[in-house]
Design a protein around this ligand. Structure first.
Ligand code: DCP
Ligand code: MG
Length: 391
């Protein structure tokens, strides 16, 4: 009997110049102009993103705003407006869900879709990709770049390489001839450091990596060497992990000015805890381990974790644990702080609370607040209540 292996059909979608495109859409005066998202060019912040018109001046994500201003003083500088971006992201996901429930969001503007099981209903993976692209344009007014292949690495490569307004299919037949001439930096997981290390060894293209013995790669790069061996051949067996299989939910923030006041830190930790809690409840998840991450002004980073007896997703519980972990961390000015919850399990809305009556009423109150926030926005309800949580 011959064994038939079913190949996956993966689509990678990534919006073009996402924050900037959303701003251009909401204000026609910004269209076709260099727009930089990040804030006041005189602040010490960095560029979140910029329109393709601004990229012509060499402006890029993560560049200091002052440098962006130097390159293009007539660019329009705007602060980010996350509620707008979240709304656009939600609408894009609604379109995705029409084709498959197997969606792995990577960021607000980027996701993998496994449509293997949807082909009977919708035709080919190419027709699904085309339809998604058209609908995002028609219904949202935004352009999304679409990459199609039989695994995640190749699908992402396809959308990255065809940007902006891209659409590219990497077929299995022409896979190696497509990959071989590409720069090593195109391999998933190869950052600037690894790329430089490879180039120092005169390994410049994916073909150069492919021609190396597996043992040499493993000697050079440890367990990642094995990955490199596979990726250079276009092999990537990672499944598309939909929301339910996500391993942690976290939020972090880099401050424009390093923080030295404890009460300010507490307030930020509260905001982050609320965001994490909201995301957990939206995706019907709960978690047992709360982690606090602190990066100091000298870039030294510490993480502290606490594992609870019972998994939780209430803002109060996450905040109270994160605040406990925050104690005695303010030994130097702090540059970044993050709160995350790990050890996730599913939690449905009607699941009984295991914390007893007190928690049950907190849970009800939180649910009521979530409903109000869904309707009127994140800032519609004061969070002062949380500041009173002492134990
Ligand atoms: N972002 C950010 N800081 C970064 C990189 C990105 O705040 N260092 C934000 C702004 C981007 C959004 O995330 O709009 C999506 O990131 P992408 O890397 O997908 O960049 P863009 O969508 O802006 O541009 P493109 O995908 O067309 O290259
Ligand atoms: Mg993008």
């Amino acid at each position: 009997m011959t064994q038939v292996t079913k190949l996956s059909s993966i689509i990678h979608c990534d919006m073009d110049a996402f924050y900037a495109s959303v701003e251009q859409l909401s204000n026609p005066e910004l269209q076709d102009k260099p727009v930089v998202i990040g804030g006041n060019p005189k602040s010490r912040g960095v560029v979140a993103t910029c329109s393709y018109e601004a990229r012509k001046f060499g402006i890029r994500s993560a560049m200091p705003l002052a440098e962006a201003f130097r390159r293009c003083p007539h660019a329009i500088f705007l602060p980010p407006d996350f509620s707008k971006y979240k709304k656009a992201s939600k609408e894009m996901h609604k379109i995705f869900y029409d084709y498959t429930p197997l969606i792995e969001p990577i960021s607000l503007d980027e996701a993998f879709l496994d449509v293997t099981g949807s082909l009977n209903l919708f035709g080919t993976v190419e027709s699904i990709g085309t339809e998604i692209k058209q609908r995002v344009k028609q219904e949202l007014g935004l352009t999304v770049s679409v990459g199609i292949a039989h695994n995640k690495f190749l699908a992402k490569l396809a959308s990255d390489m065809s940007k902006p307004d891209g659409f590219l299919v990497i077929s299995r037949e022409r896979l190696q001839e497509f990959l071989d001439p590409l720069d090593v930096g195109r391999i998933w997981g190869v950052g600037q450091k690894t790329a430089q290390r490879l180039k120092n060894l005169n390994i410049r293209t994916i073909r150069d990596v492919r021609l190396l013995d597996k043992r040499i790669l493993e000697n050079l790069f440890g367990s990642y060497g094995h990955q490199l061996y596979l990726l250079a051949r276009g092999i990537d067996n990672r499944p598309v992990e939909s929301d339910r299989q996500v391993k942690s939910v976290g939020r972090e923030i880099t401050f424009a000015v390093d923080i030295t006041a404890y009460d300010q830190l507490e307030r930020v930790v509260m905001e982050l805890s609320v965001d994490v809690g909201r995301h957990l409840r939206r995706t019907q998840m709960q978690g047992k381990t709360v982690t606090l991450k602190v990066k100091y002004n000298d870039f030294k980073t510490i993480t502290r974790s606490k594992t609870l007896d019972i998994a939780a997703n209430l803002d109060e519980i996450i905040y109270s644990e994160a605040r406990g972990l925050l104690e005695n961390t303010l030994t130097k000015p702090i540059r970044l702080i993050g709160v995350s919850v790990h050890n996730l399990t599913e939690k449905s809305d009607n699941q009984l609370s295991l914390f007893g009556e007190g928690e049950e009423s907190k849970s009800k109150l939180t649910r009521a607040m979530d409903i109000v926030r869904d309707k009127f926005g994140e800032e519609s309800i004061t969070r002062a209540r949380l500041l009173d949580v002492k134990d």
